[in-house]
Design a protein around this ligand. Structure first.
Ligand SMILES: Cc1ncc(COP(=O)(O)O)c(C=O)c1O
Length: 305
C-alpha cells in the first residue's frame, strides 16, 4: 500500500451523540483522517494527476500554491511522492500549527502579511495578497501554479470520489451540507449527488456575518471558520446547486467543536464544527426524520486550542 492510496475512502461516521434526541441522523465524512489531515488531500491529488495528464506539469517541476494550510499539506505530501518540489504561500494569519505541518511535510513556506485580518482570522484581502505573491513566485521559478480557486480538478475530486463514496455508504441520504472555501467540496459533491438523485437537498454553511453566498454581503470579514468564507463568491460557484443556506456564529461553532471532541470523541477543526452545527440546527427544525451527511474537514490538531 502506498501513501497516496490512503487518500479517499474516509469512513462515514454516525454522530450518535450529536444526533441524540433528534429524529433523523447526522453522519459525517472523517476527512480529518486523510494522510494530510484534511479534505484538501483529495483536491491536491486530483490537481497533480490532472496536471500530469494534460501536460501542464512535468516530472521534477516546482509546484506553487496559495494555501490556508490544508491544501498546502495535501500538495506537499502528494508532490513529494511524485518528486516535485512544492512552495506554499500562506497568510501569516493562519495558525502556527499550519505552518509547522507544511514544513513537516517538506514544503518551502513563504508567509505573507495580513492586510486587514487578525491572527486566526484570515480575510479575503489577506488571501488576495497571498495569491499575488504565489503567482509571482510561480512565474519567476517557471513553476506550475495549482490555483485551487480556479482549478476544475478540485471539483472533479469530489464529483469522482466524495459524492460516490457517500452514496455507497448511505443510499438514503436526504441532505448534504458543507462550508465553502474554494467551493470544491460543496460543488463537486452536490453536483454528483444531484446527478444521481435531484431530490437530495444541498445546503451551504456560512458564518453569519460573512454569508456572501446567501446575502451577497459581507458585514464582518473576520470569523473563526478558517479555510472557508473568504468574502468572495468562488469562481465555479453554481447557485442552482445550493437549495438553502445555514449561517452559524463563532461562539456556536466553538461550542460544537468542543462537543465533537468531548462527547463524540472526534477532535476536529472549526469548519467541521460549523458543518455539524448547521446539520443539527437544520435537523431540529424538521418535522420528519432525515439523513444528513456533512464533512469533518480537518483535524483539531491543526489549531492552537
Ligand atoms: C479547514 C477547511 N475547511 C473547509 C475548507 C473548504 O473546502 P473547499 O475549498 O473544498 O471549499 C477548507 C479549504 O481549504 C479548509 O481548509
Amino acid at each position: 500500500m502506498s501513501t497516496l492510496s490512503l487518500i479517499h475512502n474516509t469512513p462515514l461516521i454516525f454522530l450518535d451523540k450529536i444526533s441524540a434526541g433528534l429524529s433523523g441522523k447526522i453522519c459525517a465524512k472523517a476527512e480529518h483522517m486523510q494522510p494530510g489531515g484534511s479534505v484538501k488531500d483529495r483536491a491536491a491529488y486530483q490537481i497533480i494527476l490532472d496536471a500530469y495528464e494534460n501536460g501542464s506539469l512535468k516530472r521534477g517541476q516546482t509546484v506553487v500554491e496559495m494555501t490556508s494550510g490544508n491544501m498546502g499539506a495535501g500538495l506537499a505530501l502528494v508532490c513529494r511522492q511524485f518528486g516535485n518540489p512544492f512552495v506554499a504561500v500562506m497568510s501569516e494569519g493562519n495558525s502556527p500549527e499550519r505552518l509547522k505541518i507544511l514544513q513537516v511535510f517538506g514544503a518551502e513556506v513563504i508567509l505573507t502579511k495580513q492586510v486587514d485580518g487578525l491572527p486566526g482570522m484570515v480575510t479575503g484581502a489577506d488571501i488576495a495578497l497571498a495569491v499575488d505573491v504565489a503567482k509571482d513566485i510561480a512565474q519567476n521559478r517557471n513553476a506550475f501554479y495549482a490555483d485551487q480557486f480556479n482549478n476544475p480538478s478540485c471539483i472533479r475530486a469530489h464529483f469522482n470520489h466524495t459524492g460516490p463514496e457517500i452514496l455507497r455508504e448511505l443510499a438514503d441520504i436526504d441532505v448534504f451540507m458543507a462550508s465553502v472555501g474554494s467551493g470544491g467540496t460543496f460543488i463537486g459533491t452536490a453536483k454528483y449527488l444531484k446527478s444521481i438523485n435531484p431530490g437530495i437537498k444541498c445546503i451551504a454553511v456560512e458564518p453569519e456575518k460573512a454569508a456572501i453566498l446567501k446575502t451577497g454581503r459581507v458585514d464582518e470579514p473576520k470569523h473563526i471558520i478558517q479555510g472557508t468564507a473568504y468574502g468572495l463568491i468562488p469562481p465555479h460557484w453554481d447557485e442552482k446547486l445550493a437549495d438553502d443556506f445555514i449561517t452559524v456564529s463563532d461562539q456556536e461553532v466553538m461550542d460544537m467543536k468542543k462537543c465533537l471532541s468531548a462527547d463524540q470523541g472526534l477532535y476536529v477543526g472549526y469548519s467541521a464544527g460549523a458543518n455539524v452545527l448547521a446539520a443539527k440546527k437544520f435537523l431540529m427544525e424538521q418535522a420528519k426524520p432525515l439523513n444528513i451527511v456533512t464533512i469533518l474537514c480537518d483535524s483539531g490538531y491543526k489549531y492552537s486550542d
